[in-house]
Design a protein around this ligand. Structure first.
Ligand SMILES: Cc1cc2nc3c(=O)[nH]c(=O)nc-3n(C[C@H](O)[C@H](O)[C@H](O)COP(=O)(O)OP(=O)(O)OC[C@H]3O[C@@H](n4cnc5c(N)ncnc54)[C@H](O)[C@@H]3O)c2cc1C
Length: 403
């Protein structure tokens, strides 16, 4: 099917199942709407459960109509079309009022591509369609108390027992583990091998006996990530990803996809772009004539444009069949710096309004962004690690001395 026919079908589907955003919905008007910072309300379990249910319902409706996994292989439940069709659909879908689908980011942006690249065909067949249909949410079980940037220091053990592996250990900072049906876990399977060679990746059933998920409260008030404990958890060998001892290569597949999806999705969520909101905030706070505020806004605008062009370059590389490498690290680091810049600017303009909810529209709500932004400096590769990668692999600087 050519892209024009496909787009016409997609438009008919969206018109029948969703409400089109009003014209000029991307213009931001102070005092209108409740999604003004665009961060999902965390912390209130009922609100969170309702948001997840709405996301799942939309994912299922979209999948059943053939728009949930447009470029997936037909044999696995996908649409068998190309990247051009995916982009056309995404552009169209962004014009409709829809639930926030960020609960699927890790599953679809990181775990699903890893399953496609490294799982056995029957395992891929079992999980890929449910992930795209929203029946299954996935989490990424990499970090441990003693292994973050140095992921290869991980110590969660998996020992072979017949057709199963038995897992014992602890993971931490696992986003959305409390909603996840499966997790991608990297374990140490050979403690005597050099550390990068002694790891193996698996898919673990998060409801298996011995898996315990404990929430971690963040300074935003939410508990979006968790500690996960594994006590004699059995994983069948057909849920192994890649070779025994090949866990590092599997982790790299996931991390490259993670940087791509974080970098390209960095921003303030749905609704008007951050820049429109910052200008409205500046005007509302009476700072639009302030040369310092104007100078900082100009800097943020330039940064936003540079990021957009970098993202386009990465996309062009993908379209040309090249795997973007360095662009992804630059995009993730640049996106983080931009987010921190926005949070810092908003905090400066708002002053004490950021800390006390006095009912003034569009002021206190920024605190979720301001408190959440520093986490972006860590998740998906810390700023320092990304700088090391850019320094060594892009600029060709000498490698970091090994400690
Ligand atoms: C919002 C959020 C969501 C997350 N979600 C997940 C998830 O779903 N699954 C998961 O597995 N993990 C997740 N993480 C964990 C994340 O991957 C780790 O925080 C990250 O890898 C850093 O590890 P660490 O926290 O142990 O810090 P460390 O690695 O201990 O680093 C501490 C500090 O030292 C610096 N540092 C370390 N090594 C170097 C070096 N070689 N050169 C220079 N500086 C260095 C770091 O940059 C950092 O500033 C999440 C984290 C956040 C904040």
């Amino acid at each position: 099917m050519n892209v024009e026919e496909f787009t016409a079908e997609a438009r008919a589907f969206l018109d029948a199942h969703a409400t089109r955003k009003p014209d000029h919905a991307d213009e931001f008007r102070w005092g209108e709407g409740d999604d003004f910072v665009g961060i999902v309300e965390e912390g209130d379990p009922e609100t969170e459960a309702a948001a997840v249910a709405a996301a799942r319902e939309w994912a299922a409706t979209r999948f059943d109509a053939g728009f949930g996994w447009i470029d997936g292989p037909i044999a696995l439940g996908g649409g068998g079309l190309g990247g051009e069709h995916v982009r056309a659909y995404r552009a169209l879908e962004s014009r409709y009022e829809l639930p926030d689908l960020s609960i699927f980011t890790i599953g679809l942006g990181m775990v699903a591509p890893t399953i496609a690249a490294h799982a056995r065909p029957d395992t891929a067949h079992r999980y890929l369609a449910p992930l795209h249909r929203g029946d299954l949410i996935a989490c990424q079980l990499f970090s441990e108390p003693g292994a973050g940037s140095d992921l290869a220091a991980l110590s969660t053990r998996a020992e072979r027992d017949g057709d199963d592996w038995v897992v014992n250990g602890q993971k931490v900072w696992t986003s959305n583990a409390h909603h996840a049906g499966i997790g991608e876990i990297i374990c140490r399977t050979d403690p005597d091998a050099p550390k990068h060679a002694g790891m193996t990746a698996f898919l673990v059933d998060m409801s298996a006996p011995g898996v315990e998920v404990r929430p971690l409260r963040q300074m935003t008030g939410g508990a979006g990530f968790n500690e996960v404990f594994f006590t004699d958890v059995r994983i069948p060998d057909d849920h192994r990803l890649g070779e025994v001892g090949g866990g590092w290569a599997v982790a790299i597949t996931t991390l490259m996809n993670e940087r791509a999806s974080i970098g390209s999705g960095m921003g303030l969520g749905r609704g008007p772009g951050p820049f429109e909101r910052l200008i409205a905030l500046t005007r509302e706070m009476g700072r639009d004539g302030d040369p310092i505020a104007r100078n900082r806004l100009a800097g943020l605008y330039a940064q936003q444009q540079a990021l957009a062009w970098t993202a386009k370059r990465a996309l062009a590389a993908l379209q040309a069949g090249r795997l973007p490498g360095a662009e992804l690290s630059i995009l993730k680091l640049g996106g983080t710096l931009h987010l921190i810049g926005i949070a810092d600017y908003a905090a400066g303009v708002l002053g004490p309004r950021l800390c006390a909810d006095v009912g003034e529209w569009g002021t206190f709500a920024w605190n979720k962004l301001v408190c959440g932004a520093p986490g972006a400096r860590l998740g998906g590769g810390t700023d320092e690690i990304l700088r090391n990668i850019i320094g060594e692999r892009v600029l060709g600087l000498p490698r970091e001395p090994k400690g």
